[in-house]
Design a protein around this ligand. Structure first.
Ligand code: PA5
Length: 478
């Protein structure tokens, strides 16, 4: 069934304005139409690679189909979420990387900014926390504010072998067991369908733990629109059908192989041209506190997907650009000086909001102090939007590449669009670079080194190799 009316959907369309990337506005420093034309065939090829491999599990392209193939899962998730809301005071996600950044981002975007502090009755669900680290201070702090026996723990790990997540699991399960709590009552696992340690753990617990599947062809950083993100969102009372409808809508907007009609492809091509010009830093700067964590999520998506040593032909390419998170207007007073006058090595992507979640008029006052008095009679929305425009203008005047993603509002439908567009953009960029967008060999190496350091069986060779590294030289310690 279609989500809301066609007019409403069209009024909520997320668009990309890339005028400030082009030489018409930036002069010499900008991209010429001819440069985009020269890439036409390559862009079409990248588009086709993604289109032809949609849904293929073996290529980790299962995420493309998530807006369409989860009707039963969504119904099940909504039923579980209802139970969780009735039964628990707290909901804690245990996970890291792709298993944690998505739930945090959607929570930040679509819940009250001080959700956990809201009085009972004003919150749609239990208090919400995401533990995406193994900092002991953070774990202790969490344990100070929750009551474990009144908490639902959603353990999210595709492999069930991620040291961070499994450490969190061990600590929590020990606490629950010592308190005489049946783990199956207080835990939900989101994991691979049949492989992985969470499946083994569930078996040992009598197969009673509620489980959701992290589908085979969906990698961690592309998983927000599957149960990884949908369950926490539903528990928070977020409209998960709206998220998926937004993703499907964006998919339909990206159905052509042309830069001027496909917003995800346009961004990938512009980023690709910029990379080739040595712009190695990619700043994402939303002008909205609700969108602050999209930058964290996007940094992982972009960095882990595109930062690759070799391409598909075996050439050493050391591909990728460094994503940087920034927040408007806060970082105007911290980073923007560098963006306007520092090296020409960045592309700044703004996310602008058409209508904020509420109005906040600025009262008249201090009329005899011109620096302050002019603000009265405007609103905070006007001010933040003016500062956003002004920063884009100043960057443009300084010849700095920037473009703007326009979100009419921040709601489930526009968030679904935004996520899907950025995922598609990343997939197109990877195809343009001829690299494997969906693996993460660098991260895997770090994981193995940790196993070796902590004495995991089977990693003795790696431990020996690490031990034979040069001795620490105290002359380099100051
Ligand atoms: O994007 C990825 O694949 C990674 O960031 C993983 O999400 C992260 O390493 C956690 O892995 P797992 O889900 O197996 O615990």
């Amino acid at each position: 069934m279609a989500y809301k009316t066609k007019e409403w959907r069209n009024s909520m369309r997320v668009t990309v304005d890339y005028n400030n990337m082009m030489s018409k506005f930036l002069g010499e420093k900008g991209i010429k139409d001819s440069q985009i034309r020269e890439l036409k065939d390559k862009a079409e090829k990248a588009f086709l690679y993604v289109a032809e491999n949609r849904g293929k599990d073996e290529l980790y392209m299962g995420w493309t189909e998530l807006p369409y193939n989860q009707e039963d899962i969504v119904a099940d998730i909504l039923a579980t979420a209802k139970e969780v809301r009735k039964k628990f005071k707290y909901f804690v996600v245990l996970g890291i990387g792709g298993s944690a950044l998505g739930p945090s981002m959607v929570y930040n975007a679509l819940c009250h900014l001080h959700y956990n502090e809201l009085p009972n009755g004003k919150r749609k669900g239990p208090k919400f926390y995401v533990e995406d680290n193994v900092d002991p201070v953070r774990m202790a702090a969490l344990l100070d504010v929750i009551e474990p026996e009144k908490t639902c723990f959603n353990v999210i790990s595709k492999s069930g072998a991620t040291s961070e997540t499994m450490t969190q699991y061990l600590i929590i399960s020990d606490i629950l067991q010592k308190a005489g709590v049946d783990l199956a009552e207080n835990m939900i696992f989101t994991t691979d369908a049949c492989r992985g340690n969470l499946i083994k753990i569930d078996k040992a617990l009598g197969g009673k733990v509620k489980k959701y599947v992290l589908p085979d062809g969906v990698g961690g950083r592309f998983s927000e629109l599957c149960p990884v993100g949908l369950l926490p969102a539903a528990v928070l009372g977020i409209d998960i059908k709206g998220l998926l409808a937004g993703a499907a809508y964006m998919d339909s907007l990206c159905s052509k192989p042309n830069v001027n009609s496909n917003p995800a492809l346009a961004q990938a091509v512009l980023q690709y041209i910029s990379m080739k010009q040595g712009k190695n830093i990619h700043v994402l700067m939303p002008y909205s506190d609700n969108l602050k964590l999209i930058a964290d999520w996007y940094c992982q998506l972009w960095a882990e997907s595109l930062g690759k040593a070799v391409d598909y032909d075996g050439n050493t390419v050391n591909a990728g650009t460094t994503p940087v998170k920034s927040l408007g207007v806060t970082d105007q007073h911290s980073q923007v000086q560098l963006y306007i006058e520092g090296p020409y090595d960045k592309v700044i992507t703004f996310i602008s909001v058409g209508k904020y979640g509420c109005e906040m008029p600025i009262p008249h006052g201090c009329e005899d102090i011109p620096d302050v008095g002019f603000l009265g009679g405007h609103s905070m929305q006007e001010l933040i939007q003016a500062e956003n425009k002004a920063t884009a203008y100043a960057l443009m005047m300084a010849g700095r590449c920037n473009y703007t993603i326009n979100m009419p509002e921040v709601n489930a439908f526009t968030m679904g669009q935004l996520m899907y567009m950025l995922e598609l953009q990343t997939a197109y960029a990877g195809a343009l670079l001829n690299i494997n967008t969906f693996n993460q060999p660098g991260v895997e190496n770090g994981k193995k080194a940790t196993f070796a350091l902590l004495g995991k069986k089977g990693y003795e060779g790696q431990k020996q190799e690490m031990d034979s590294a040069p001795e620490i030289d105290t002359k380099y310690i100051v």
